[in-house]
Design a protein around this ligand. Sequence first.
Ligand SMILES: [Zn+2]
Length: 466
Amino acid sequence: MFSVANTGSADYCSTWKSSLEAKNVSASCQTKPIETKEAKIQVVKRASVEVQTLTDKDRTTEEPRQYDKPSLYAFLNRVTPLMIRELERNAKSTAFAHLQHESKKLSIVQLGQFRQNEASAKFAALCIATDGNELAVGFGALQHDDWCDHQAKLAMFQRKDSSSRAQVFDMDSCVSCVSYNDRKPIVTCGMYTGEVLCWESEEQIQVASRHSGRVTSLQWRPIYEGKRLLSAGIDGALKLWKIRDKSLNVSEEFVVTTWDADAKLTSRVEAAVGVTCTSFSCFDDTQFSIGTEGGYVMVGSLTAPRAAFGAGKKCVTMSYKRHQGHVTSTYFAPHSRNVFLTSSVDMEARIYSQLQQAPVISIVHSEQLVKAVWSPMEQLHIVTATCAGLVNIYDIRKPYVPLTLINLESRLTDMAFVSHEQIAVATEKGLVHLLQLPESTMRTVGTVADLDELVRTLQNTVVDFV
Ligand SMILES: [Zn+2]
């Protein structure tokens, strides 16, 4: 019933491919396709340039030519002795001697030094004044942290003989200012303690009043027979003194206040402002310029109080553009009615016209200014002294750079003309230097040197010279 039989192999066809094709699926692997993208390369561009060395081809082996022509030899033979002779003549020439002489005249020459041995060792020379023959120098301490009780000195030197022995007077406190009367032998001293001392022909005159702070300025009224003295103090008071019967009495007194100084009335409280300097006009003896602490610049009048303010203590008639620091000196022009000069610790020397508030010319220095004065001879020249020890002469028509200067290498404390061409400068080391100004700066140049004309052309245009 059962038998062996070979039936052959049985085949079954695969159906997975045909089934994928039926579903339109073309994947042949199970990973996601790899995305590729082409981008530009970031390699630095390169370019070849020519080399700067000679190539072998360019090199030559020739030696430089020797110029030994007979004609050149003959030329040198002929010219060399002539050249040597002319060079020797030039070296000995005096053709430009007059120019060298001129340049010597342009410098300030130091004539001599005044020294009061005892006081110089201890004190600074604080102030100087002269009557032409005599030089009064007040010695004292430069800094005061407290009430002044220094045993200071007042020395009188003979101007024309710096080696002669000075007359020395002991003072109870430091002398802050000295003034000579130009008509009578009267000397006045303003003290740090507020006192005013006065001598007439070596006889001390009784003084009836005093300031309540340092006396900063003493000015004899120039036209009024030399008998009226205007004193100013750090207490803000201006006192007009009168000598009568060997006694100095206050005839009028004014006070400078913040309301006088500040024309725009920005300060609500009326307080006294310390006056640091005054200067009488040479044309109107009732008018004077005022400089104060805080940099206020004003012009006052002795007649204005009665006319404009009744019997009050006001005297200020005009105020001008303020300095950025204390005013150290003011000086009415000796040649012009309306022009005055100021200097300040804000490093500026300014020339004001009474007719406008802003300064007409402003000369900026690199150091604080101690004083600025007009030249008594040349109306367009001013002399300035700085804290660093420089004495400069400026021509105000071109004040970009000083005409000439001298460096005394010591802090200066005061400066005054002792004659038309000589100036005395006091230092903190107790010395007084006598300087000779160059002749060329003391000579009127041309006919256009008219201060009023210059100021008129510059008015309403403030010029800053740095
Ligand atoms: Zn003192």
